[in-house]
Design a binder for this molecule. Structure first.
Ligand code: GLN
Length: 508
């Protein structure tokens, strides 16, 4: 076997090579920074961290040389540009934050740096994470490496494109209503949105605070587990909604199975019924009409694979699935309208050059700074929160949100994990849905309910559908069951190779 190029190595493989000193962090960092620039047409990166990244890589090499071993030490990553960073500007994909520089690092950024990861830069995303295609970014679209005319999904589109094109082994993302799972699905990578509160939201530019959650995006469940172990954990002094649960080592059980720890890629689980006893629930609402035939076919084949591994499939129902769309598109804009009131031309970012008085300054700064989708959501959010409409919209939506969460608890009496599509179709063409906002919102049907309930959910590569584009399978777990989700996904990935596929142009 020829020696793989540095960019072909995932997180665990790279960590193993760094630990044996076969490669240095400096070498990998240089290689990936150059590679990212070579493929700048993908629009994945918004900023490169050249100097600081090289300093971090050198520091990691010194620690490795001194014999220190930890699973992420010296491994590069890049951050969705919604996490604030001291080294680099943070835009949240918005003109209103152009050139904004945070005085501190987001908790997730700081934790991954402490774990020894090297931050290569900031990745493109929809403005304030509002979107499903990365086509709402004020800095231009990110493109799908499988077909650059198509969207990579959103809002963490830059993260997905960068990982799928092997520009970086892993990236951070955020998921408010699907923004980790959907782009992972549309680009053939793995991503997990943990239970709400697992990761601190401190330093994540807020979209909808009761829904926003950070998570890793990488090639495999194992790589995601390695990152999540470092990202998660309480941060109660700075985010009172972070969960007061000790961080877990999500990767420990998985590493033993891949054999990466002892340098062999051979699976010890090959051919064994490793998922024996696992009940996978299939909500009938997830497999109905609206889901494209090519997507359904790929998912059915993946589910047959789960059965071969010993899992049983059970029919379940999530009866309020359709309601998750109106409920989410009331609650998320309501919270956004409140969160975005801080961008007033005074405290942060853009201020209009000319104005007559204070009110005019607010108005002009916000009109110039916010893009059309964000303005629309601020208006919807303000409307549903207004006196006279609050009860009819916001309160009602909150009540249905509670029922959606209860439906999941009912379902989990019949199964251990829930499986279904992530997106009803494969990635669409850039611009295809820009005239039709409702079409965009409807495509979120399979991801929103998980977010509204605060449950963990992930997307794993499960084959290819229409136009030869990647299809992701969604796995949803009960609260705090990330380890079970990652373990289930890992067993599937030991038995299949969808997660190792890269677009031809990027696989050499
Ligand atoms: N597509 C959804 C929206 O536009 C979800 C976005 C997200 O998860 N950040 O709001």
């Amino acid at each position: 076997m020829s020696t793989p190029q540095l960019h072909q190595l995932g997180v665990a493989e790279l960590a193993a090579k760094l630990a044996t000193r076969d490669v240095s962090s400096t070498e990998v960092t240089q290689h990936l920074l150059a590679r990212a620039r070579q493929h700048s047409h993908l629009g994945a990166y918004l900023a490169f961290n050249d100097e600081a990244a090289m300093a971090q890589a050198k520091a990691a090499d010194a620690r490795l040389a001194a014999g220190e071993r930890s699973p992420l030490l010296g491994v590069p990553l890049a951050h969705k540009d919604i996490f604030v960073t001291r080294d680099l500007p943070t835009t949240a994909g918005s003109k209103i934050l152009e050139n904004y520089r945070s005085p501190f690092d987001a908790t997730v950024v700081a934790k991954l740096a402490t774990a020894g990861m090297v931050n290569l830069g900031k990745l493109n995303c929809d403005e304030f994470a509002m979107g499903s295609g990365n086509d709402n970014s004020a800095y231009g679209p990110a493109r799908n490496p499988w077909d650059p005319e198509r969207i990579p999904g959103g809002s963490s589109g830059g993260s997905a494109a960068a990982v799928a094109a092997r520009l970086v082994p892993a990236a951070t993302g955020t998921d408010t209503g699907g923004s980790i799972r959907q782009p992972a699905s549309l680009t053939g990578i793995t991503g997990i949105k943990p239970t709400y509160g697992r990761c601190s939201r401190y330093g994540m530019v807020a979209f909808a605070s009761s829904l926003d959650q950070a998570g890793p995006m990488a090639r495999s469940a194992l790589d995601c587990a390695l990152l999540l172990s470092a990202m998660a954990g309480p941060d109660l002094d700075r985010d009172s909604t972070s969960l007061d649960r000790p961080a877990e080592d999500f990767a420990a059980g998985l590493l033993a199975q891949t054999g990466i720890a002892n340098n062999s890629m051979e699976s010890s689980a090959g051919g064994q019924k490793s998922l024996k006893g696992l009940r996978i629930g299939l909500p009938k609402e997830f497999f109905g009409e609206g889901c494209a035939p090519g997507v359904q076919a790929a998912l059915r084949a993946a589910l047959a694979e789960f059965e071969k591994l010993g899992a049983t499939l059970v029919d379940i129902s999530l009866p309020r699935t359709e309601l998750s769309i109106p409920v989410y598109y009331i609650i998320a804009p309501a919270e956004a309208s409140s969160n975005l009131s801080r961008f007033d031309g005074v405290k942060f970012g853009h201020r209009a050059r000319q104005y007559t008085d204070l009110a005019d300054m607010y108005q002009k700064s916000r009109t110039e700074g916010f893009g059309p989708e964000v303005q629309k959501r601020i208006m919807i959010g303000t409307y549903v929160l207004s006196h006279g409409y609050y009860d009819a919209y916001y309160l009602q939506a909150q009540k249905i949100r509670r029922l959606i969460a209860q439906d999941f608890q009912q379902a989990f009496t019949q199964c251990d994990v829930i499986a279904g599509p992530v997106s009803p179709t494969v990635a669409w063409n850039i611009g295809e849905k820009s005239e039709d906002p409702v079409a965009n919102y409807l495509a979120d049907i399979y991801t929103l309910s998980t977010s509204l309930a605060g449950l963990p959910g992930m997307s794993i590569p499960a084959g290819f559908g229409e136009h030869g584009m990647p299809v992701g399978l969604q796995l949803i777990g009960n609260y705090f069951k990330e380890a079970q989700l990652l373990g289930t996904a890992h067993q599937f990935q030991l038995a299949t190779d969808w997660h190792t596929r890269a677009p031809a142009e990027f696989s050499a």
